[in-house]
Structure formats: structure tokens, C-alpha cells
Design a protein around this ligand. Sequence first.
Ligand code: NAD
Ligand code: UDP
Length: 316
Amino acid sequence: MLRPTSGRVLIAGGAGFLGSHLCERYLDMGWQVICLDNFYTGHRNNVRHLLQHPNFELVRHDIVEPYLAEVDLILNFACPASPVHYQSNPIKTMKTSVLGTMNLLGLAKRVGARYSHASTSEVYGDPQVHPQPEGYWGHVNPIGPRSCYDEGKRAAETLIFDYHRMHSLEVRVVRIFNTYGPRMAPDDGRVVSNFVVQALRGEDITIYGDGSQTRSFCYVDDLIDGILALTTQDEIIGPVNIGNASEFTVLELAEKVLKMTGSRSRIVRRPLPQDDPKVRRPDLTLAQKHLNYQPRVSLDMGLEKTIAYFSAHLKA
Ligand code: NAD
Ligand code: UDP
């Protein structure tokens, strides 16, 4: 049984968007936090406010190389998550997912730590089942431009479950659906930050394809609550979907952002990237049943906070 209020946690990818929120939450709960990051998409600024905390340590390290530390818990959130970034060096993305995960699983085995992993709704690919339950095996192109990420994450899940079966390693796997909020990088490239930044700068809002594809957007605080609930409890190991089941078209998102920012940006069309999933919405039954998980932040509320963050951040 892992007590939520003590111990040492290693957070890989801790200087990224989600990782930095996790570092903060674990420090608040009284843990000692080692934040590992190679700063590929993350930034020191995301954890700058934690650097003076006596229980916080920031280490520049690439998880493709082994790392040794005595810890009770490992959270692996190290991997570029935006299509633009994970496709810019696809071989590195695959190495991070597979070799990086193997290294951290090896460490967990060696020191007897629990291992909790950030998997993704991308394991369902361009889904033919809607909404997506965890039992759906997915519809993934193994050789396309998104495969480095999708198949990398699928291979990571395979490794995690093999370590669990072979070595009785304590594991947790969360499949994260599109999450947004403060500390996304302005140049991250994912849709929410792109639209908000474009609207605030008065630049064109770039809709890929006709904008009829859907996503279900989760505010970061809800997601972090779900991850902490999964990681701490002992009833299930996953994979468990965490996200928000309210589904919107990309065009609806663009119109909402325009209205909420009062921006005069124009909507322009760009080609739809290859293999871009047409729909996505989590089936949250498992998370509701076992983790009592219920997202609380509506898209309007979350966008308001995100717009406020980027307004301040872009001026600074
Ligand atoms: P992010 O790009 O902000 O964070 C990823 C972090 O990992 C960055 O700080 C980056 O520098 C670091 N990193 C990348 N490769 C590394 C390596 N080889 N060694 C050490 N550090 C490395 O993205 P995010 O949204 O915070 O995503 C975090 C995790 O959650 C990722 O594993 C991602 O696949 C997963 N995820 C996120 C979402 C989402 O909507 N935010 C959805 C599904 C899955
Ligand atoms: N998208 C868009 N304009 C952008 C960025 C993304 O229309 O500037 C679309 C993208 O084609 C996809 C959806 O928004 O259909 C979500 O893209 P994102 O990169 O955020 O994440 P994905 O869910 O595809 O991994």
C-alpha cells in the first residue's frame, strides 16, 4: 500500500506541461520530488517556482539513458506529446517511449518502486468504436507519421504489463485524453494552445481540414486528480481512461476561443494531417466506478483560465 503523504517520487518529464503540475501536487502532499527532464519540449520555467523548495530537485537527464535513485514511486510522463514535436524526430520519440520506459521499469524493479505511466488515447488510433472504452484494441496505422507515438505508447504498455506479470511490479497505466491548461508552451502546436495564442496575437486561426473532427477536452486540474487517484489506490492497475467526455468539433472550439477572447482573428483552413483521428471521446465508466472520478471543469471554465494564463504569459 502506497501512502499518499510520504516518500520519494521521481517524475520523468517533470518540467513539461503535465509533469510540472504533478511536481507541484506531490510537493504539496509532502513528498520529496526528483524531476527528470531533457528539456526537449519542457522548460525550466515551468518549475522555476519550485526550485527553492527543500524537497525539490531538478535533474537534466534523458530517460533513454539509465538513471539510478532510491525512490518509492516513479511517474513516467517523459515523451513529447504534440504531433508537431513527436513527429519532428520520430526515431527519438520511439526510443523515449520504448527504451525510456524500459529504463524506468528496470529502476522500479531494482528499488521496489511503484511505476505509473502516462499512456494516451492515441493507442486507439483513428477509432472505429465511439466512445472509446479501455477494452477496445484500437485502429492504428503501424507505419504512418503518427506511428512513432502511437505504437511507441502501445509498446510501452506491453512492456509495463510484462514487467507486472513477470516480476510482479506494481504498475498503473493512465490513458490520457486531450488535456489543456496553464503551462502548455505557446509553440506546443496542439489545438487549444494554438487557437488561444493565435486569437490573442490576432493571427489567423488554423483549422486543419474542415474542422468537423472531434476531440473531448479535459482541463489539467481534473486530469491530475484522476492520475493521483489511480496512482494511489490499490483496486485497479489500468489501463484507465482519464479525460472529459464532453465532445466538440475543432470548428466549435475555434468559434468558442474567438468569442471568449473577443479576437478579430480570421479562421483559415490548412490541410488535414495524415491519419488525424476523426472522432475521440473517452468512455469514463471504469474511472467513475473505481476512482470515483468525475471531471468538474467545463470547457468554458477551463478556456477562461487558459486564456488568462496565456494573456499574462505572452505579455511577460
Ligand atoms: P510536454 O511535451 O509538455 O511534456 C513532456 C515532457 O517530457 C517535456 O518536459 C519534455 O522535455 C520531456 N521529455 C521528452 N522526452 C524526454 C526524454 N527522452 N527524457 C527526459 N525527458 C523527456 O507534454 P505533456 O502534455 O505534459 O505530456 C506529458 C505526458 O503525458 C507524455 O508522456 C504524453 O504522451 C502524455 N499525454 C499527454 C496528453 C495531453 O493531452 N496533454 C494526452 C495523452 C498523453
Ligand atoms: N488542429 C487544428 N489546428 C491546429 C492544431 C490542431 O485544426 O492548429 C486539429 C488537429 O488536426 C486535430 C485536433 O485539432 O484534429 C487536435 O489536434 P492536437 O494536435 O491538439 O492533438 P491530437 O488529438 O490530434 O493528438
